[in-house]
Structures are given as structure tokens and as C-alpha cells.
Design a protein around this ligand. Structure first.
Ligand code: GFB
Length: 312
């Protein structure tokens, strides 16, 4: 991508899209296009085609998606499969029709089978059953990958797909019903400290293992792939290390300086037992994550504290 290329970041207000936008701005890209969901509803095919028809876009980062943690995925499966299929179908097809040079589609590691061997290699896709709490979301993402690959095969497009592991960072969702575990625990533990509560409820057993990637690392990987990767095969993006939910809760407890009890509620589902990605493919191309989990969580916690001071 040259610095004047016209680049559309779909989903620029979200955790991942906002990080991609920051990374592009920091590197001197000047011709950036964004639309909020109220300006352009990506589920509306006509609106998306009109937008692409008018904008003369060269590159697309497709970071717009309906996302959420284990509870939201489990409670709103229809919304997750419908909205994601609509968004990605419209954007991918409009990008093809308007002859963009390249598109990067963002998937998720929940596309891999629930009991796949660890670490998760790219070739494990479609080799077993999915985790039921988020299968509708995962199936939408698998459809997006297959769509990119099929357009490349039939039409010669250059649509690539990256599979990030669990993400965290600035502009995350802190709503306890819909958020992912890391922002949820930051909020719950912070509020327990503020209110003097003797314990915090953590969902599940605490045993599941997860890998956490800072959104700025993912954004860096996305720019790297856009500039260096041409194949249809998916590429994992992660740090290559995981921790248990219990260890994550303890780490957050030490950052927040809360000394109450962590109480695990095993009546709530754990989801996939482990989701550690094999990062050898992207590392062999020359990219590696660089933000340590401890420092990344501290930065997010500081931002969260500032944010709630403003809202109060
Ligand atoms: O982050 P999370 O919702 O996503 O949950 P998944 C990770 C683990 O943390 C699960 C536990 O075992 C949860 O039960 N957990 C403990 C909590 N306390 C909490 C809490 O207060 N809130 C939340 N949210 N979790 C999602 C998928 O799966 O990951 C999506 O549903 C997507 O489709 C996303 O792939 C990256 O890793 O289980």
C-alpha cells in the first residue's frame, strides 16, 4: 500500500478497527475512509454498493462484525450469524464489484474445532465439531473465509484472511452482559474494590486456557499481512502463549490491587477448553507480537479508570 492509497477501514470504532486506523495514521497513510454504523449500515446491500460505487477504494480492512463474549454469543445466536453473514457478504461482494486491489478479512480462532489439537494450526479448520456456545458466529466467519477464497479462485481477487486469537485493548466493550472476559474482569474487580465487596464472581471453573493479543499488535499484523501476504490460506495471529482464566483473574487482581476472594461459578459454561494458536506461519514471514500481557492490561486499566472518571 502506498501512503496515498485510498483505504477503507470497516468497523473503525470497534476494538480492532480503531487499532487499525491508529496504526495507519501513525505510519503516514493519509487517504483513509471510515463510516460509522449510523452513516452506513453494512447489513444494507444497496447502501454498501452505493458507498463502494462512489468511493473508489483501493484497500479494505474488514474489521466490522457483530462480536461479543460467551454469554452474548450463547443468548443471541441468530443475531450473530445473520449480522455477520450480511456484513461480510455485502462488503466482500461490493469490494469485488468495485475492483478494490486487496481486502483483509478478519476471522476468529473460534472457527477451529472445540477439541482440535493445540496449538491450533491453520490446517485444522473444518476438521471437527465447533464449540456450541459460539458455533453460529464461527460458521459466519468460516463462510467469510470461504467466500474470500472462492472469489480469489473464480475471479482472481486478492482477498486474504487473518485469524486473531482473543483480543483486548483500547475501545473495548465493558458491558458485563456482552463483553469478553478480560474487560469484564477488569470492571468486576475494579467495582468490587471500590464498593468493598469481599468477593468477585468469575464465570465458569477458571480452568479454560486463553491467549490474549493486544489490538495494537493485531493492527500491526494486519498492516504487515496487507503489505506482504498474497495467499488464500488463512493466517493465525497470536502471541503463542496462553494462561488460565484463574491466572488471568489473579493477574488483574494484582493490577487493580484488590485483595478479596475470586469465586468461581461453575454453573456457567466454560466454552472451549483451550484456544492457543500456532503462530509459526506468521512468525516465519517475519512478524511477532510485542506487547506483554501485564503491560497491556495495565494500560487498558488506566484508560478505563480515566474513562469512568469522565462519565461520573
Ligand atoms: O472472553 P469470553 O467471553 O470468550 O470467555 P470465549 C472466556 C472464558 O472466560 C470463558 C470465562 O471460559 C468464560 O466462562 N469468564 C469468566 C468470563 N468470567 C467471565 C466474565 O465475567 N465474562 C466473560 N465474557 N467471560 C468468545 C466467543 O469465546 O471468544 C466469540 O464466544 C469469540 O465467538 C471470542 O470467538 C474471541 O473465548 O469463550
Amino acid at each position: 500500500m502506498d501512503l496515498q492509497a485510498r483505504i477503507y477501514v470497516a468497523g473503525h470504532r470497534g476494538l480492532v478497527g480503531s487499532a487499525i486506523l491508529r496504526a495507519l495514521q501513525n505510519r503516514g497513510y493519509t487517504n483513509l475512509v471510515t463510516r460509522s454504523s449510523s452513516e452506513l449500515d453494512l447489513r444494507d446491500r444497496d447502501a454498501v454498493f452505493q458507498f463502494f460505487g462512489e468511493q473508489d477504494i483501493d484497500y479494505v480492512f474488514l474489521a466490522a462484525a457483530k462480536v461479543g463474549g460467551i454469554r452474548a454469543n450463547n443468548e443471541f445466536p441468530a443475531d450473530f450469524i445473520r449480522d455477520n453473514l450480511l456484513i461480510q457478504t455485502n462488503v466482500i461482494d461490493a469490494a469485488f464489484q468495485s475492483q478494490v486491489r486487496k481486502l483483509l478479512f478478519l476471522g476468529s480462532t473460534c472457527i477451529y474445532p472445540k477439541y482440535a489439537p493445540q496449538p491450533l494450526k491453520e490446517e485444522y479448520l473444518l476438521t471437527g465439531e465447533l464449540e456450541p456456545t459460539n458455533a453460529p458466529y464461527a460458521i459466519a466467519k468460516i463462510a467469510g473465509i470461504t467466500m474470500c477464497q472462492s472469489y480469489n479462485r473464480q475471479y482472481g481477487t486478492r482477498f486474504i484472511s487473518a485469524m486473531p486469537t482473543n483480543m483486548y485493548g483500547p475501545n473495548d466493550n465493558f458491558d458485563l452482559n456482552t463483553s469478553h472476559v478480560l474487560p469484564a474482569l477488569l470492571r468486576k474487580i475494579h467495582e468490587a474494590k471500590q464498593s468493598g465487596s469481599p468477593f468477585v464472581e468469575i464465570w465458569g471453573t477458571g480452568a479454560p486456557l486463553r491467549e490474549f493479543l493486544h489490538a495494537d499488535d493485531l493492527a500491526d499484523a494486519c498492516l504487515f499481512l496487507m503489505n506482504n501476504y498474497e495467499d488464500s490460506e488463512i493466517v493465525n495471529v497470536g502471541v503463542g502463549e496462553d494462561i488460565s482464566i484463574k491466572q488471568l483473574a489473579e493477574l488483574i487482581q494484582s493490577i487493580v490491587e484488590y485483595d478479596g476472594e475470586l469465586r468461581f461459578n461453575s454453573s456457567i459454561p466454560d466454552g472451549t477448553p483451550r484456544k492457543l494458536v500456532d503462530v509459526s506461519k506468521i512468525q516465519s514471514m517475519g512478524w511477532k507480537a510485542s506487547i506483554p500481557l501485564d503491560a497491556g492490561i495495565r494500560a487498558v486499566y488506566n484508560e478505563y479508570c480515566k474513562q469512568i472518571e469522565i462519565t461520573i
